[in-house]
Design a protein around this ligand. Structure first.
Ligand code: HEM
Length: 457
C-alpha cells in the first residue's frame, strides 16, 4: 500500500512531497488506472517529442466515455489518426498571415475593456478581475472564431456567456460523475448510451445549434469571403461529398467544424481570462514592474495601434506574461497515454498507462527556478539556467500536441495590456493572500480578485 492523495493538502503540494520521496517519476493509481507523474525534463521530452507516436493521445479519466460524441471530434479530445488529420487541417488556420487579420477584433474588444476599467476607476469602484477578463476573453474568442460581436463586457447576461461559464464549471455534478466513472469504469459505457457526458448536454447543445446555424447562414448567404474568422477558414477547407477519398486526406465535415468551434470556446476562454487575472494581481503587487511595462509600451509603440507584428517587439511584456504563466499556469498539468508497451526510465510501461506532467510543479521547482515564489520577469530575459530548458516551462504544453492557440493567446494578452496600461494603473488588489483553486479545469483564484484602479493622468 503506497500513499494516499490528500485533497486537503492540494495536488501541487502532494506532488512536490512525493517527488522529494520518490524522485521525478512517480507511479500512482488514478482510481484503477496506472499513471506516472513525470517531472524529469529529459523524460518529458521523450514523451512529448522523441517518442511522440507512442504518446500522441491524451490520458482522460473515463477513457473517452465521458465526452459527448461531438466533443470527441474536437482536436483537443480526438485520438490517433483522426487527431492527426484534424490538427493538420487546422494548423494553417493559425499561420501569421491569418492571425494578423484577427487584430481588428482584438483591438476593438481590448479598447472596450480598457474603457470599462477606466469607468470603474473614475467611479472609485474596484474591478472584479474574473468578470472583466472573463467577458473580455469570451468576446475575443466569439469574435475571432465566429465573427460575433457578443459584447458581454457590457451585457453579462448574453446566452454565450452563461453557457460558456456553465460548460466549463467544475461543479459538484461534474465531480460526482467523474468519481462514479473513476470507481466503476463500466458505468461510463452506460452513461454514454444515455448521452450523459462530462459536459452538460444543455451547454453542448446550445453551442452546437448556434455554430451550425452560423455555418448554414454563411453557406446560404455566401458571406464567407467578407470575414476572416476561424470558422470561415475551416469552412474554406470543408469536405466535399466525394466518398472515395482516403481517410487521411479527408477534409472536415460540418459536424467536425462545429466540434472545433466548441473546442475554441473551451480552450480559449477561461485560459486567457485566468492569465489576465493573475497578471493584473501581480502588477498590483509589483508596481515597479507595472511602470516598466507602461514605459516599454510608450517607447516602443507611442500611440500607434497594436498589431500582430508590433506587439512582438515588447520583450519585457513577454517576460511579464511568461512569469505569470510560470507561477500560475492556467492548465496545471498535461496528460498523455501510451498506445503500445514502451520503456520509461529503464522500466517497461504497458499500453494504456497514463502520464501526468504537472506544469504547475515544474514552474515552481527551485531546482529550475530559484526563489520560485518571487515574481521576477527578468528571469525570462537573462541568459541563464532558468530559461535554458523549454521542458521546465510548459504553460502551452510541448511537441506536436502543444497548444495550437499559443500565438493567439500571446497576441490577445499583449494587445489587451497595451490598451489597459495606456489609460489606467492597478494600484492595489485583494485578497491579501492569494489561494489557488486546483480542482477546476483551469487554474483560478479561490477568492475573486478585486483590482483598485487609477486613471493615468
Ligand atoms: C493563456 C491561454 C492559453 C493557455 C495557457 C493554453 C494552454 C494549453 C495547453 C497546456 C494545452 C495542452 C497542450 C499539450 O497537451 O501539450 C492546450 C491545447 C490546446 N489549446 Fe490552448 N491555451 C491557451 C489559449 C488557447 C486559445 C486562445 C486557443 C484557440 C484559439 C487554444 C486552443 C487550443 C487547442 C485547440 C488545443 C488542443 C491541441 C491538440 O490537442 O492538438 N488555446 N492549450
Amino acid at each position: 500500500m503506497g500513499e494516499m492523495y490528500d485533497p486537503k493538502t492540494g495536488t501541487t503540494k502532494c506532488i512536490a512531497a512525493w517527488q522529494q520521496r520518490y524522485g521525478r517519476v512517480i507511479p500512482i493509481f488514478c482510481f484503477w488506472d496506472p499513471v506516472l507523474i513525470v517531472t524529469d525534463p529529459a523524460i518529458v521530452r521523450e514523451i512529448t517529442v522523441k517518442n511522440f507516436n507512442t504518446w500522441a493521445d491524451r490520458y482522460l479519466l473515463g477513457h473517452g466515455d465521458m465526452e459527448q460524441q461531438i466533443i470527441k471530434k474536437g482536436v483537443f479530445f480526438a485520438e490517433g489518426a483522426s487527431w492527426k488529420r484534424i490538427r493538420r487541417i487546422m494548423t494553417p488556420t493559425f499561420s501569421s498571415t491569418k492571425l494578423k487579420q484577427l487584430t481588428y477584433h482584438i483591438n476593438l474588444t481590448s479598447g472596450r475593456l480598457a474603457q470599462k476599467l477606466r469607468d470603474l476607476a473614475v467611479a472609485g469602484r474596484p474591478a472584479n478581475a474574473k468578470n472583466c477578463f472573463g467577458a473580455f476573453a469570451l468576446d475575443v474568442i466569439c469574435g475571432t472564431a465566429f465573427g460575433l460581436d457578443t459584447n458581454s463586457l457590457q451585457n453579462r447576461d448574453v446566452p454565450f456567456m452563461k453557457h460558456a461559464q456553465s460548460l466549463l464549471s467544475f461543479d459538484r455534478y461534474v465531480q460526482m460523475r467523474l468519481t462514479i466513472v473513476g470507481l466503476f469504469p463500466w458505468i461510463g459505457k452506460i452513461f454514454q448510451m444515455f448521452n450523459i457526458g462530462f459536459f452538460k448536454n444543455r451547454d453542448v447543445c446550445f453551442f452546437k445549434e448556434n455554430i451550425m446555424a452560423l455555418i448554414k447562414d454563411r453557406k446560404e448567404n455566401d458571406t464567407g469571403h467578407k470575414v476572416a474568422d476561424f470558422l470561415q477558414l475551416l469552412l474554406n477547407a470543408e469536405a466535399s461529398d466525394e466518398e472515395d477519398i482516403k481517410e487521411e486526406e479527408r477534409k472536415l465535415t460540418t459536424e467536425e467544424i462545429t466540434a472545433q468551434g466548441i473546442i475554441f470556446i473551451m480552450a480559449g476562454y477561461e485560459t486567457s481570462s485566468s492569465l489576465l487575472q493573475f497578471l493584473s494581481y501581480e502588477l498590483a503587487r509589483n508596481q515597479e514592474v507595472q511602470e516598466k511595462l507602461a514605459q516599454e509600451i510608450q517607447s516602443a509603440l507611442g500611440e500607434t495601434e497594436p498589431t500582430y507584428y508590433n506587439v512582438k517587439t515588447l520583450k519585457y511584456m513577454e517576460a511579464v506574461i511568461n512569469e505569470t504563466l510560470r507561477m500560475y499556469p492556467p492548465v496545471v498539468s498535461l496528460t498523455r497515454q501510451a498506445e503500445v508497451d514502451t520503456v520509461i526510465n529503464g522500466r517497461t510501461v504497458p499500453a494504456g498507462t497514463g502520464v501526468l506532467i504537472p506544469v504547475a510543479n515544474l514552474g515552481r521547482d527551485p531546482e529550475f527556478f530559484p526563489d520560485p515564489h518571487v515574481f521576477r520577469p527578468e528571469r525570462f530575459l537573462e541568459k541563464s539556467k532558468e530559461n535554458a530548458s523549454p521542458l521546465t516551462f510548459l504553460p502551452f504544453g510541448y511537441g506536436p500536441r502543444a497548444c495550437i492557440g499559443l500565438r493567439v493567446a500571446m497576441m490577445e494578452a499583449k494587445i489587451a495590456l497595451v490598451h489597459i496600461l495606456r489609460i489606467v494603473r492597478v494600484t492595489s488588489a485583494t485578497p491579501e493572500h492569494l489561494e489557488l483553486e486546483e480542482y477546476t479545469g483551469v487554474l483560478v483564484p479561490k477568492d475573486p480578485i478585486q483590482l483598485n484602479l487609477q486613471v493615468v493622468p
